[in-house]
Design a protein around this ligand. Structure first.
Ligand SMILES: Nc1ncnc2c1ncn2[C@@H]1O[C@H](COP(=O)(O)OP(=O)(O)OP(=O)(O)O)[C@@H](O)[C@H]1O
Ligand SMILES: [Mg+2]
Length: 207
């Protein structure tokens, strides 16, 4: 595929949205066509599924249901938005993608990894990000950056849950040292941004 697919991952409040937006601005200034999107979300169908997932009233949702809803949302997002944009040669930035399912539903909720892998492959049509930034930060720092009234269902999980998610991301990163770049999320916003641009340039895809 002609385009370039970049994803941002990490625990709540680590700085994904901040860095995704800064990267988009930078790439647009450099003359690239950029699609910035997020998960769960994207096209209308995927956003509707997002609302079900983040609804605090759905506290009885089973891990299996949650996994499948994320994947349903992702499938529509990938097929309707991401793959067509990449085929047009655009740079796609996604604020979370399937590595979040590996960390949240896999590492934290303990759903079998083989099952998740199979559903990921199906839901994404086999698409794999070219580069994935895992912004790593102690859970309590990330959560302290998010104000309480914005906390959604997932953010009100216990600290132990978020610790498992954090560790899950770090473990996944070891599986492919070329694709995953671990970033220290405690650094300044600008310093992290520079590091991200540097890493992308190292991949040889940008001038
Ligand atoms: N490196 C940083 N240092 C200090 N504050 C930061 C840094 N990066 C982001 N922030 C601030 O922390 C808050 C959370 O950042 P952001 O929304 O980018 O995180 P996120 O990973 O997208 O969170 P969520 O998981 O809730 O979507 C924001 O107020 C942002 O301005
Ligand atoms: Mg965010």
């Amino acid at each position: 595929m002609a385009g370039f697919f970049i994803t941002f991952e990490g625990v709540e409040g680590c700085g994904k949205t901040t860095q995704a937006k800064l990267l988009r601005e930078y790439l647009i200034k450099e003359g690239y066509q950029v699609l910035l999107t997020r998960e769960p979300g994207g096209p209308g169908i995927s956003e509707k599924i997002r609302n079900i997932l983040l609804d605090k009233g759905n506290s009885e949702m089973l891990p299996e249901t949650e996994l499948l809803l994320y994947m349903a949302s992702r499938s529509q997002h990938t097929g309707q938005w991401i793959i067509p944009a990449l085929q047009k040669g655009e740079i796609v930035i996604s604020d979370r993608y399937y590595d979040s399912s590996l960390a949240y539903q896999g590492a934290a909720r303990k759903i079998n990894r083989n099952i998740i892998d199979i559903i990921i492959r199906y839901a994404t049509f086999g698409l794999v990000p070219d580069i994935t930034f895992i912004i790593d930060i102690p859970v309590e720092i990330g959560l302290s950056r998010i104000t309480a009234n914005l906390a959604d269902r997932l953010e009100s999980e216990t600290m132990a849950f978020h610790e498992k998610v954090r560790q899950g991301f770090l473990d996944i990163a070891r599986e492919d040292e070329k694709r995953y770049i671990i970033i220290d999320g405690r650094k300044d916003i600008d310093e992290i941004h520079e590091q991200i641009i540097h890493s992308i340039k190292l991949q040889g895809r940008l001038q």
